[in-house]
Design a protein around this ligand. Sequence first.
Ligand SMILES: [Zn+2]
Length: 225
Amino acid sequence: MEDWRLQGQEEYLQNAILERKRYRRYSQSWDHDHCEFCWEKFSLEIPGALQVGYATTDNDRWICDACFEDFKSRFNWTVNPGCHDVPERLELTSVQAMQAEETSSRVVLILEADFGEKILSSAITGAVWVVDSEKNRLYVEKARRLDASRSITTFPVREGESLASACDRIIWALDEHHNEQSRTPGYRELEVIGVSLPDVFEPIFRDLNFTRFVATKTGFLATKE
Ligand SMILES: [Zn+2]
């Protein structure tokens, strides 16, 4: 007999990219989520609820540890490293710490499905968020093999979603990972590649304290004061 927890989640969780992290709301309008499989509650406010688990990079889908273990091979999940809010820290040497500080002030958001080998270019510094595609995945894996400490996060573009809307959607999760509330110092500079300034919804960026916007050949550069 099939496990009662399996209810067709393949449709949205097959080959998903997950991160282990503290619970955070996908939307401000609700205070909890459920494990996609066993329906266990995730919440920071509700007593007894789970506070840490696996989630999609946009925090839309949550999976408890037990269900993750039970279904990880069946669903072929990939776990993104580089999520920094789970209490499991590596000691950094001072040189690494200095390099980390230098690059942590900058994040690159790549919205090109065929960006591919350019991920390995020395022009791409700092943490990277890149749209998931077959071609990008190949070079993301390569970049991670070359430098395991590199923070590279992949995220899917939804069916029918434009790259500009994907940018508007993912910027919240990106900001949450890299702003001064999740690390010191928080990032100040965001380079967006693949979407140009007139196509994004600027008020979203202003809400996140970006104040300066400069168009570039490949997209734009946004800076926080
Ligand atoms: Zn579960």
